[in-house]
Design a protein around this ligand. Structure first.
Ligand SMILES: CC(C)(COP(=O)(O)OP(=O)(O)OC[C@H]1O[C@@H](n2cnc3c(N)ncnc32)[C@H](O)[C@@H]1OP(=O)(O)O)[C@@H](O)C(=O)NCCC(=O)NCCS
Length: 312
């Protein structure tokens, strides 16, 4: 393995559009190799990547500012990067991407050492990763103090089929609804600590500032759960596992007001009751990711993951 032909350096904000390009090319390649898409599917055009950049730029800048991002260059152009974002005592590897022609040469490992491996585990930090379910990714990450704790399944539901199911689930619940806003964030942080084991108030503050929409689910004056529904569905979580189907259902009903496109829910193996509750709508499983962590995630049975899927 000869890494001397590459230059490693911390990424700047100006590098970010090129890094998104690497993210998309590496993800397209893995989708083809693992059989998720037809190998003859054409590559995404540069214009389509620019449109994704326009949609995600604020969020990517937020991740950049709250994390550590390193890249590797060959002949002056970035070919690989990794990013670790931090909230509370948790650090999440949000992206590790190597352009297809440069994989299996040690770049991924070298970038992880610079971003994820730099601090000793005894600082009490929690490490988390949503890993592509390939041996390449899971094999590499398992050397960095994390192991798989659950599988993430993307469920896709069709609006017409899910509307009556969501309505019945919502009507069977005693929870009252409000728009989620900054005033709820102390209670949100408390729920996140119970469910995920860490506080990520900073991330919620960003999402709400950035115009993401979410519902607060109340029992009396107490926040029992929350559900983001636009743009992207999730995260959604609640104090009690029994409330998760209704929490998701009220978010689905809000989402349905905004259009008739199929809705993707990033569910996971820890929430079988949610899967069962959605059965009458005929959900399809359309994606697979490995959730890896350095410790147990205590309340995954009360949690639906975030979409877009950069964060837990
Ligand atoms: C996953 C990825 C970041 C790894 O980076 P990489 O530069 O290809 O990996 P490295 O060459 O540093 O490999 C490091 C280790 O990974 C493991 N690994 C790499 N390729 C592997 C394979 N084909 N099978 C099993 N393990 C493998 C090995 O443990 C390897 O160690 P070794 O070199 O001592 O054998 C990169 O391949 C990639 O971008 N893949 C496509 C996009 C993706 O899946 N990103 C991860 C998103 S979570």
């Amino acid at each position: 393995m000869n890494l001397q032909q590459f230059t490693f350096r911390p990424a700047t904000l100006d590098d970010e559009p090129a890094l998104l390009h690497i993210d998309i090319r590496a993800s397209e390649d893995v989708d083809r190799r693992t059989g998720r898409v037809d190998p003859k599917t054409p590559e995404m055009t540069s214009q389509a990547i620019d449109a994704i950049w326009a949609r995600l730029a604020n969020f990517i800048r937020f991740l950049h500012e709250n994390g550590v991002t390193w890249l590797a260059e060959a002949n002056g152009a970035p070919v690989a990067y990794a990013r670790v974002a931090a909230w509370g005592h948790a650090r999440q590897l949000t992206e590790a991407m190597v352009l297809p022609g440069y994989q299996d040469q040690g770049l991924g490992a070298a970038l992880l050492e610079r971003t994820f491996g730099s601090r000793a585990l005894q600082t009490g930090e929690l490490r988390v990763i949503r890993a592509n379910a390939t041996l390449q990714a899971v094999g590499l990450y398992s050397r960095f103090g994390v192991s798989p704790v659950a599988m993430e399944y993307s469920y896709t539901v069709d609006p017409d089929a899910v509307a009556p199911v969501a309505l019945a689930l919502a009507q069977s619940s005693d929870l009252k609804l409000q728009p989620l806003d900054q005033d709820h964030l102390d209670a949100v942080a408390e729920i996140d600590r119970a469910v995920l084991g860490f506080d990520r108030r900073i991330l919620h503050e960003f999402w709400l500032r950035d115009g993401r929409q979410a519902l607060a689910l109340m029992r009396g004056n107490r926040l029992e759960g929350y559900c983001y529904y636009s743009p992207g569905f999730g995260p959604a979580t609640c104090r009690q596992a029994a409330d998760l189907p209704a929490t998701v259902a009220v978010g689905l009903l809000e989402r349905l007001k905004g259009g008739t496109r199929p809705i993707r829910i990033a569910g996971q193996s820890g929430t079988p009751h949610l899967w069962r509750a959605l059965q009458p709508a005929g959900p399809r499983i359309t994606g697979l990711v490995a959730l890896m962590a350095s410790d147990t995630l205590p309340g995954l049975d009360r949690y639906v993951l975030s979409d877009p899927d950069y964060t837990l």
